[in-house]
Design a protein. Sequence first.
Length: 382
Amino acid sequence: MRASRSPARARAPARPSRPAAGRRAWLGLALLALGTAGHANGQTTCPTGPGPWVALTFTGDVSWDAPLRAAVQADLSAGLQAQGVDVCTRERAQAVRAPVGRVDMQLAPGPVVAISVAMASAPETRSRDAHGDGKRRRNVDLSTVPRDSQGLVLALAADELLRSLGLLPLSSTNATQDPTQPSPQVEEPPAAPPEKADPLPGPQASAQKGPTAPHLRFAVNGSLEHHGAGVTQAGADAVAALFPTAHVGLEAALSVREGFRRQSDRGTLGLRALGGRASLLIAPTGRDHPTTLVARLGVAVLTADLRGHPNEGALATREQGLDVHGILAVGLRQQLVPPLELAIDAGLGGPLLAITLADDGRDVAGTGGVQLRCSLGLGVRL
């Protein structure tokens, strides 16, 4: 019995090895759990949320090394996730909805990367592209780019191409909006009412309108004229005015005048005249304003027919003469109902060549002296 116990006592020092075995078992379980978790993490559905996402693929004649692929995806994801957009590679993409865009990076010797960005096939997405085909492409030469910056350079290039297609949200407000849903309508504020124009704008206001086509004005006026030498005459004018610019115009008129008879010792003397007028017009307020002020500088030429109406026993006489006056006048053109306008003028005249009415060598009246003139008429603007 004692002999049999001694081996047991000899094996007693080996008992402390059991705790070491237990630790190895726990370590194995931990490694298995970590491996399972890592496998599960690799299979996490992408995208992770309900927002839009972009599909990223790596292709080319040259194989991509793992660090560069990881850097591109990490840097592109960092930029797009700030806008609410996920980036998923082909291996991880398990979404039930289509991506808003696809980014393909083809690696060629050099190294040179051809980045192609295309819009998704959904009609709602295609309509966002204002450039036609919904695709962008760019070649990026990495031969001069430090290796630790190559991923960032490629990510920035892809980000810029995505923005050029309008695939990235403009603000965080719509970053998480489902791209398959119509964008919310933004109600624009009502347009401000136009400012009321000054009833009598200055010349600068009319000049700001820029050059416009010449226009015509036609009018028929009734006129009254009185000369300092005694002749008073009335008549009518047919007037045509052309404004080639906003403030300067030319006017021509055909005039008919009938003088009031003057009494003399042997009867009465009368004057009838036919002629015309040419004037330079200045419109300080601009020709297009409903109320147009006009200054006129011109010359009036009339051919006068002098007639004597003798008393009983006297002889009738008839002579002709030429009457020329310089004219300085101001006028107002007030638009009534387009195209009709009211024309009012008043001014002074000075004789350049006057007519004198005489009876038996004695002057009775004439067109000399200062002339007072006024007119009122109705015209049209064309």
